[in-house]
Design a protein around this ligand. Structure first.
Ligand SMILES: Nc1ncnc2c1ncn2[C@@H]1O[C@H](COP(=O)(O)OP(=O)(O)OP(=O)(O)O)[C@@H](O)[C@H]1O
Length: 337
């Protein structure tokens, strides 16, 4: 069997808060194979950023952080000490962040920022003698800029971040993520600050790059349309747990978990509201043992309030954590294969 590029097993992350320990990730398992795009969707607070930070080794210090589980990159556990994560970060794993403005330094030209990055992370850095000044190959940079559809690369290299559009800056970030020739790119809500037309272009680019370069991508988003556009498989998170996971086509046509179904139903609601889900979090009861969604679930049984359902495979490759899942197809959906 082919080893996944990224294999997360039973990952548990805890934050200390004034109210007590908060399990931000609760036994989360995810695998991503070469050339595959796996989407992680979920509402705010579901644990997407915590998952990204746990993979990248950038969880806040002075917190319990990872208390259980493993994150394996190409078979090697990168949670067993700072060094392994540091060596992988920016080289084998790279990041396309959400906010390009805060990721690029406004005072320096794009060219000098990319060359600086190459000094640290170029895959060829190890074969160069340390005393020799790095010869940064602009040709390599220009080739990657062309790959991300920024053809006038020389001009882009001379520009400052504010002289580029949001879409162009996101292409620069993607070029910077590709230059170290990573095995996996973590794309953390990469299109949420872009207009609709540019979003579609960037999502197509992700698809093309995953296929052409055989790079794995873990793509977090709260935008269902983005997940539909770009992902091969989709994982739905709720309150730090995976509640459903399936291929994109299966998840969008036959969602089983009431939460996923309500999310997808919201896409056909005229105001884009989550039609069936209560969102009055101020009245949220404390649920110690039951399903965290039960207090706002229209299909909840007594059992749901007493025991938390485990993620179990129901159909082939379709797993759901629910005692009372739906088995019929979604009647109305924008998303058709
Ligand atoms: N440094 C921290 N200290 C304490 N609690 C935290 C910390 N960071 C996140 N949390 C809590 O952990 C949970 C998961 O947060 P996380 O930021 O991972 O969610 P998210 O799905 O990425 O949300 P968003 O889309 O808003 O970024 C939330 O309840 C959040 O309040």
């Amino acid at each position: 069997m082919v080893t996944p590029v990224l294999e997360i097993n039973d990952l548990c992350v805890v934050y200390k808060t004034p109210q007590g320990d908060l399990p931000a990730l609760d036994h989360v398992s995810v695998t991503v194979h070469q050339g595959e795009i796996v989407g992680v969707i979920g509402e705010t607070g579901s644990g997407k950023s915590t998952l990204v930070n746990a993979i990248l080794g950038t969880l806040p210090r002075h917190q319990p952080g990872i208390v259980d589980g493993t994150v394996r990159l190409d078979g090697t556990d990168i949670t067993d000490g700072e060094k392994s994560a540091r060596d992988a970060r920016g080289r084998k794993i790279t990041l396309v962040p959400q906010n390009t403005y805060s990721s690029l330094n406004p005072l320096f030209r794009i060219g000098s920022q990319i060359r600086d990055l190459m000094r640290c992370t170029s895959p060829s850095r190890k074969i160069r003698p340390f005393w020799r000044k790095w010869r940064i190959r602009d040709a390599e940079i220009l080739r990657v800029l062309e790959t991300v559809r920024l053809p006038a690369g020389n001009r882009v290299l001379r520009q400052y971040p504010h002289q580029l559009s949001g879409g162009q800056r996101q292409r620069v970030m993607l070029a910077m993520a590709l230059l170290p020739q990573p095995q996996i790119i973590i794309a953390d809500e990469p299109t949420s600050s872009l207009d609709a037309a540019t979003q579609v272009e960037i999502l197509k680019l992700f698809r093309w790059i995953a296929a052409e370069r055989n790079v794995a991508v873990l793509f977090t988003t709260h935008n269902l349309a983005a997940a539909w556009e770009v992902c091969d498989r989709v994982i739905v998170m709720h309150d730090g747990r995976i509640i459903e996971a399936a291929s994109r086509d299966r998840l969008f046509s036959h969602p089983m978990h009431p939460y996923t179904r309500a999310l997808l139903a919201s896409a056909v609601h005229p105001l884009g509201q989550v039609a069936e889900i209560r969102a009055d979090f101020a009245d949220r009861p404390t649920i110690e043992h039951g399903c965290q969604f039960s207090w706002r679930c229209s299909r909840a049984l007594d059992q749901c309030r007493e025991h938390r359902p485990a993620l179990a495979t129901r159909e082939s490759e379709h797993a759901v954590a629910c005692y009372n899942p739906s088995t019929n197809a979604l009647s109305h959906s924008y998303y058709q294969a």
